[in-house]
Design a protein around this ligand. Structure first.
Ligand code: ATP
Ligand code: MG
Length: 276
């Protein structure tokens, strides 16, 4: 990664005004398949302030991806509501960027065309967006891969392209579902630091799902712990205010204590699930 967001041209003005607030109220989700019903989320409430970075941790299968898909407007909640900056989210919105757990790139579009997709849909200035796309692709180490197709990239490279696509239109709310999971350890740390820089300079509201406690502590203002399925909020952890943070900072007594508390909470949440 060679660039930084500070050097990027701003996206179209209508897409970049102020970070969003998010209010999730009494949310429940039941998946109904032909053979069974799965209560994935039960009575979950969470408020996120404008510009806040909130991480969600929780046992596998507790409903984290489902929650993000509801906030993105892709999946309809069974009960409860999601409100973004005072407006109910009832379907896909233009001012949200989402990085999916598995990169969903269109195989017939090149990497550049894939990352420009939201800009095309929003009909943003193509020349400005191209410049931004090239800068972002360089930032995530994909310079030189603009004109190749997704199946020519590794899983980690596709995931990085997915991150660029989520950022291209400078969304007010960024939803990230384990965005660094397919990356090698070193790239993963670099990407986390780059995300910190992006967040600090652009003031986005971020909802970030991760299984990495160190990533959550490095990046977040607040970390929320979900219970095993059906997922609901069990606990919240606030981090110290100092920014920027480095991975070395995580070994300070305060941060180490915080990480320990989260790990304990996660273990308890997972064990409770096993006991049922
Ligand atoms: N489309 C679907 N149809 C039916 N059940 C589903 C569907 N998607 C998810 N589920 C179920 O809902 C529950 C929550 O799934 P979800 O993917 O939200 O979990 P998660 O917390 O993101 O897990 P992980 O950490 O493994 O990614 C799981 O029990 C899963 O089997
Ligand atoms: Mg998931």
């Amino acid at each position: 990664m060679t660039g930084s967001i500070a050097a990027l041209p701003a996206a179209a003005p209508q897409a970049s005004a102020g970070p969003a607030t998010l209010d999730i109220r009494n949310l429940s989700l039941t998946y109904k398949t032909s053979t069974r019903e799965v209560l994935a989320i039960r009575n979950l409430s969470l408020s996120v302030q404008a510009g806040e970075f909130v991480s969600i941790v929780g046992p596998s299968g507790c409903g984290k991806s489902s929650l993000l898909k509801i906030v993105y407007g892709l999946v309809a909640a069974s009960t409860g509501s999601v409100t973004m900056s005072g407006t109910p989210v009832t379907g896909p919105r233009r001012d949200i960027g989402m990085v999916f757990q598995a990169p969903v790139l269109l195989p017939w579009r090149t990497i550049l065309e894939n990352v420009l997709l939201p800009a095309d849909v929003l009909k943003l200035d193509r020349d400005a967006m191209r410049t931004r796309a090239h800068d972002l692709l360089e930032m995530v180490g994909l310079k030189g891969f603009e004109h190749v197709y997704p199946d020519e990239l590794s899983g980690g490279m596709q995931q990085r392209a997915g991150i660029v696509r989520a950022l291209i239109h400078d969304p007010k709310l960024l939803l990230m579902d384990e965005p660094f999971a397919a990356l090698d350890a070193l790239t993963r740390e670099q990407m986390a630091l780059e995300l910190q820089r992006i967040w600090m300079s652009s003031g986005k509201t971020v909802l970030f799902v991760t299984h990495s406690i160190s990533e959550a502590v490095l990046l977040s203002d607040r970390i929320v712990l979900m219970s095993a399925r059906p997922g609901t909020l069990l606990a919240e952890y606030e981090t110290p205010r100092e920014r920027p943070r480095s991975f070395d900072d995580l070994s300070s007594p305060r941060m180490a204590e915080l990480s320990k508390a989260i790990r304990r909470g996660l273990n308890e949440a997972s064990t409770r699930h096993d006991a049922r």
